[in-house]
Design a protein around this ligand. Structure first.
Ligand code: KG4
Ligand code: ZN
Length: 386
C-alpha cells in the first residue's frame, strides 16, 4: 500500500487546526490556531466569535500545514474534517472549507467524529513510536471540555467500533475545571491554570463527597437509544455538578466574593498572566481549594475508570482529550494502572487538546475502507460515537 497523505481539518470548538499525517502513523505537520485571546474576556467560548475566528484562521492554518509538510494541495490523497460533536457554526466553517477543497481538487472527503479523533491521537503516537502491537480489549477514557466518556474500542480490519459503557450525567470534567476557574476569578480556560496552581496548595485541605450515582441512566448509552431491557452490563457514569455546587457554597459561606472579584480584575489587566501572576493574586486558602478540587476530580476519574477496566477485564487503557494534559491525572493513572499491571497510554500534551492530527489519523482506516463522505453531509453538533 503506497503512503497516503491526509490533510485533517478541525474546527469543532475554539481551536482552528490543520495537520498532515502520513498513513495514520506519522505526523508531518500540525498547526493549531488558538482562540484563547478572543474568548478570555468572556470567561468561556462565545459560539459566534468562535465561528468568526475559524473563518479568519482556516485558510492560513491549512496553508501553513501544507508548507510545513512540504506538500501541495495536489499531492494530498484525501481531506478529512470533523463532522461533530461540537458547535454547529464552528463545525460548518471546517466542513464547508473541506468540501470546497475536496471538490476543487477532486480528492476524497472523509468525515470524522471528534471523539474518535481523540482516541486515534493515542494510536497515531504509539505507531509513530514503533508500537504496533496493541492488546485488546482497549478501554478509552475521553475526557475533555465537552465530554467524559468511557468506550470499549474494537478493531475489525479497517473498521473501528466503540461501545459506550459510561458517560457524564451532567458536566464534563473539563467543563468543571473551566467553571471552577471562572468562579474563582482565574480566567479561561480553567484546566491549564488549575493544573499549574494545584501543586502550590494542600489537596487534603477541603473534603468533597464523591458523586453517588444510584439510578441507571434511562438514556443508557448517551446516544438517544433506549437501553435494551436485557442489557444489564455494568455502567460507569460520572457526575461533576455536585462538586461545582459544593465549591460555590464554600465561596459564599467563607465570604470569598470580594477577593475573587479583585483577582479577576487584576488578572484581566495582565495580557498573558504567568504562574507568578496567578500565585501573587491567590491566597493560600484559594490555592488549597484549587488543589483539593483537582484531587477530587482526578481521584474520581481514576477510580471509576479503573473500576470499569476491572469489570470489563481490559488489557489496555487510553486516556485522551484536553483533561488528559493534566499532570496529576497522568501521574495518578500511571501509578494506579501500574499497580494493576494495566498499561496506560496518553497522547503527548499537544495532541491531548484539540488538534487536526487526530482527525487525519482517524481518517486513515476510513481511507483504506473507501468510507468517503457524500458532498451533501452536514455538521452534527450532537454526533455520537458508536
Ligand atoms: O479536548 P479539548 O481541547 O476540547 C474539547 O473537545 O472539549 O479539551 C478542552 C478542555 C477544557 O475544558 C480545558 O480546561 C481542559 O480540556 N484542559 C485541561 C488541561 N488542559 C486543557 N484540564 C486539566 N488540566 C489541563 N492541563
Ligand atoms: Zn476535543
Amino acid at each position: 500500500m503506497p503512503d497516503a497523505y491526509i490533510l485533517g481539518i478541525e474546527s469543532s470548538c475554539d481551536e482552528t487546526a490543520a495537520a498532515i499525517v502520513r498513513s495514520g502513523e506519522k505526523l508531518i505537520s500540525n498547526v493549531v490556531a488558538s482562540q484563547i485571546a478572543t474568548h478570555q474576556p468572556y470567561g468561556g467560548v462565545v459560539p459566534e466569535l468562535a465561528s468568526r475566528e475559524h473563518l479568519r484562521a482556516i485558510v492560513p492554518a491549512v496553508r501553513q500545514a501544507l508548507a510545513e509538510a512540504q506538500q501541495t494541495y495536489e499531492s494530498l490523497d484525501a481531506i478529512a474534517v470533523t463532522r461533530g460533536p461540537g458547535l454547529a457554526g464552528a463545525l460548518l466553517v471546517g466542513i464547508s472549507y473541506a468540501k470546497a477543497l475536496a471538490f476543487a481538487l477532486d480528492k476524497p472527503l472523509i468525515a470524522v467524529n471528534h471523539l474518535e479523533g481523540h482516541i486515534h491521537a493515542v494510536l497515531l503516537e504509539e505507531r509513530q513510536k514503533g508500537n504496533h502491537s496493541l492488546q485488546f480489549p482497549v478501554l478509552a477514557l475521553v475526557v475533555s471540555g465537552g465530554h467524559t466518556h468511557l468506550y470499549l474500542a474494537a478493531q475489525q480490519g479497517n473498521s473501528w467500533t466503540y461501545d459506550n459503557i459510561g458517560h457524564t450525567r451532567d458536566d464534563a470534567a473539563g467543563e468543571a475545571f473551566d467553571k471552577i476557574a471562572k468562579l474563582l476569578g482565574l480566567g479561561y480556560p480553567g484546566g491549564p491554570v488549575i493544573d499549574r496552581l494545584a501543586p502550590h496548595g494542600d489537596p487534603k485541605a477541603v473534603k468533597f463527597p464523591s458523586a453517588q450515582i444510584k439510578h441507571r441512566d434511562r438514556r443508557g448509552r448517551n446516544d438517544g437509544r433506549a437501553v435494551a431491557p436485557d442489557d444489564d452490563r455494568p455502567r460507569f457514569d460520572f457526575s461533576y455538578s455536585g462538586i461545582k455546587t459544593a465549591i460555590l457554597r464554600y465561596v459564599e459561606t467563607h465570604g470569598l466574593r470580594g477577593s475573587i472579584d479583585a483577582r479577576r480584575k487584576a488578572l484581566l489587566s495582565i495580557p498573558k498572566p504567568k504562574l507568578e501572576d496567578y500565585l501573587g493574586n491567590c491566597d493560600q486558602f484559594t490555592l488549597d481549594l484549587v488543589a483539593s478540587f483537582q484531587r477530587a476530580i482526578v481521584d474520581d476519574l481514576v477510580t471509576r475508570t479503573l473500576n470499569a477496566a476491572r469489570a470489563y477485564n481490559v488489557a489496555t487503557l487510553f486516556v485522551t482529550g484536553g483533561v488528559a494534559a493534566n499532570k496529576e491525572l497522568r501521574d495518578t493513572f500511571e501509578r494506579e494502572g501500574a499497580k494493576e499491571g494495566l498499561p496506560v497510554y496518553f497522547p503527548s500534551r499537544p495532541l491531548s487538546t484539540d488538534n487536526a492530527a487526530m482527525i487525519a489519523a482517524a481518517a486513515y482506516p476510513k481511507f483504506l475502507a473507501k468510507d468517503f463522505a457524500a458532498m451533501d453531509f452536514s455538521a452534527e453538533p450532537g454526533l455520537v460515537l458508536t
